[in-house]
Design a protein around this ligand. Structure first.
Ligand code: ATP
Ligand code: MG
Length: 632
């Protein structure tokens, strides 16, 4: 067994041998001629000349050994659906869906836009698309018509797949209705729309000639078999837009061979799920975590994956643990936000179920604060693995890799660079590497490893310009996140590079100030933004959620708490980081994937338009910010 350090060294210095071994984890129709073509930096082509197919690796190749094993378990606490598909049943569904797409003229390289709730047909649609060599673009169901229209025009799909509606918290959320609106706005609408009618929205209308009913098409293509199209490893498998919390969403393009290899390797090295074991990832198929760890990685690995439609607290806050117990989940993957939601509930729900099967809880997507990590670790009795990555990377960049070596974890740190990633911390002005404990831009020396984005869809220039041209003097990939590394080599992610504020010439990360505020035991959560100030350049302003709202209910209580918070920041960080104002709210504006809408908060604080808010979890959170700023 190689230790982590040795494995990581090999992944960079014996790159060909290392990735050749990993490539054996998947099936190739034609072997690759070379591991890497890096003749045109920063564009990397992995496994050149090799032909493979994502759907073959996720479905067909398991049929002989695991045809009767559960592949996909769909659970909806919204509709009460609970359905298990074996690998054989999944193959039937996917073949039929592939036949439907082919009959609509979809072929290699064509785009299929999927705008669907968390239902099995969404997974069938993704797998069917890649089966026939087409490219999917899954758009998160929370996006409004205008955002959907932008993505339609960028990807120019031949066919769109949607459902009449989704459900959230017991309420019907129309999908098809939004698609109609988006198609009116789009300049390049697709010719056909396939609709999975769940019979949730009686008001749904159809456009004759354009809209097709999935159930009818499925009946027509019952029993169809469609062969996989063997793609060259670097042909695209999908486009996925970043969540857009910092800027215009970018169409991340993913390859085929490199992605399959990276995911297969990650299931063993990082997530420690064996073939036949179950993984439960609570994300959405519209996000990268859903693409990689609900759909492709568990299936490529021959594991069982759980697709969950519903909230973590309905019908009660025990639902996720009930699922873990019932389906003997080995590894669970969720977000810090979801765990914070559960932390506010009665802890008895976590003790109600037998969680003996569970080995790890992985959390990613945003910084994991120490109190939340400790709470989860104490209540579940399993290791909590904070890991860091991006839509762009497609799989973890920083993580403990217990499948390679079970290194001790430190709260607040996503541990070490994942094998294949040459991670550096660079000074933003000089491009030099920073020392231990010093803050630097988290950067990756190219070539990016297999699985990472290969370009921006339709815009190579934007790929180079956006990601590889911001560090002076060298062509390295910037994550646009700040981090430090301690003497033991552990990384700590401090926040986004554009979340840095300049207070009277001092550069401070908003995340550092947030951590200082959170050192006050009475604070549950906080957002700090920089607000333009004529005197100091910028001043930090804090919006805090207190654990016990009664403490700030009166003006005196609020004033006392405010003083305490400021004193805490003085003590933890120094007076330079002291917020110019501390406002108390009962919730913070976040996207439905749990990311803080910092840009919008800052815009409001500076009296500007808060921008695109279509993915906001709860619009009343923004209203609270408005009112707090207005002094109400
Ligand atoms: P956009 O790039 O369009 O602004 P986004 O960056 O929010 O959107 P994602 O790719 O979904 O889109 O998010 C990746 C980002 O999430 C990382 O760059 C980092 O800022 C944050 N992140 C992810 N995991 C962690 C983690 N474990 N700790 C701290 N931050 C994390
Ligand atoms: Mg980003």
């Amino acid at each position: 067994m190689p230790t982590y350090a040795e494995a990581h060294r090999r992944s960079l210095h014996e790159r060909e041998a290392f990735w050749t071994e990993k490539a054996a984890l998947i099936d190739w129709n034609t072997p690759f001629e070379s591991v890497l073509d890096y003749d045109r930096p920063p564009f990397a082509r992995w496994f050149v000349g090799g032909r493979t197919n994502l759907c073959h690796n996720a479905v067909d190749r398991h049929l002989a050994a695991r045809g009767d094993q559960a592949a996909l378990i769909f659970i909806s606490t919204e509709t009460g659906a609970h359905q298990t598909y074996s690998y054989r049943e999944l193959a039937d569904e996917v073949n039929r869906f592939a036949a439907i797409l082919k009959a609509q003229g979809v072929g290699r390289g064509d785009r299929v836009l999927i705008y669907m709730p968390m239902i099995s047909e969404a997974v069938f649609a993704m797998l069917a698309t890649v089966r026939i060599g087409a490219i999917h673009s899954v758009v998160f169901g929370g996006f409004a018509a205008a955002s959907l229209a932008t993505r339609i025009d960028d990807a120019r799909p031949k066919v769109m797949i949607t459902a009449d509606a989704g459900m959230r918290g017991g309420k019907t959320v129309p999908y098809k209705h939004l698609v109609d609106e988006a198609l009116r706005l789009a300049r390049h609408p697709p010719g056909k729309v396939i609709i999975v009618d769940r019979k949730l929205d009686p008001a749904m209308t159809r456009v004759a000639g354009r809209d097709l009913d999935y159930a009818r098409l499925a009946a027509e293509h019952e029993g169809a078999k469609v062969p996989c199209v063997w793609l060259e490893a670097s042909e695209p498998s999908y486009i996925l837009y970043t969540s857009g919390t910092t800027g215009n969403p970018k169409g991340v393009q993913r390859d085929t061979g490199g992605y399959a290899v990276a995911l297969a390797a990650s299931m063993r090295d990082i997530f420690c799920v064996a073939p036949g074991e179950t993984m439960f990832t609570t994300s959405d198929i519209g996000w990268v975590v859903g693409h990689s760890y609900i759909v492709y990685a568990p299936l490529i690995n021959g594991s069982t994956t759980i697709l969950y439609e519903g909230l973590p607290i309905r019908p009660d806050p025990g639902i996720w643990w009930q699922i873990v117990a019932e389906h003997k989940v080995r590894t669970m993957f969720s977000s810090p936000t979801a765990i914070r939601v559960l932390k506010k509930q009665d802890p008895a729900y976590m003790k109600k179920f037998d969680l003996a099967s569970l080995r790890y809880l992985f959390l990613a997507g945003e910084p994991l604060d120490e109190p939340t990590a400790r709470w989860a670790s104490d209540s579940l009795g399993v290791p909590i693995v904070d890991h860091y990555w991006q839509t762009e990377s497609g799989w973890p960049i920083l993580s403990a890799q217990p499948g390679i070596e079970d290194t001790p974890r430190k709260f607040g740190s996503p541990s070490f660079p994942v094998v294949g990633y040459d991670v550096r911390l660079l000074h933003e002005m000089t491009g030099e590497e920073v020392g231990t404990g010093e803050k630097g831009v988290l950067a990756i020396v190219p070539p990016l490893p297999p699985g990472c984005m290969t370009t921006v869809w339709g815009d190579d220039e934007r790929f180079v310009k956006t990601y590889f041209s911001t560090i002076p003097g060298r062509q390295v990939y910037s994550t646009f996140d700040w981090a430090t590394r301690d003497a033991d080599g552990y990384y700590f992610v401090l926040g986004r590079t554009d979340d840095v504020i300049n207070v009277a010439g001092h550069r401070l990360g908003t995340r550092e100030i947030e951590e200082a505020v959170q050192a006050h035991a009475g604070i549950a959560e906080v957002a700090v933004v920089g607000v333009a100030d004529p005197l100091k350049g910028q001043i930090p302003v804090a919006f805090a959620v207190v654990k016990d709202p009664a403490r700030v209910a009166s003006a005196e209580g609020a004033a006392k708490m405010r003083r305490e918070v400021m004193d805490t920041v003085d003590r933890e960080l120094g007076a330079i980081g002291r917020p110019g104002a501390v406002h108390f709210v009962s919730l913070l504006p976040k996207t439905r994937s749990g990311k803080l809408l910092r840009r919008s908060i800052q815009a409001l604080a500076e009296g500007r338009d808060p921008g695109d808010l279509t993915t906001i979890e709860d619009p009343s959170a923004l209203e609270q910010i408005r009112q707090a700023l207005a002094g109400k």
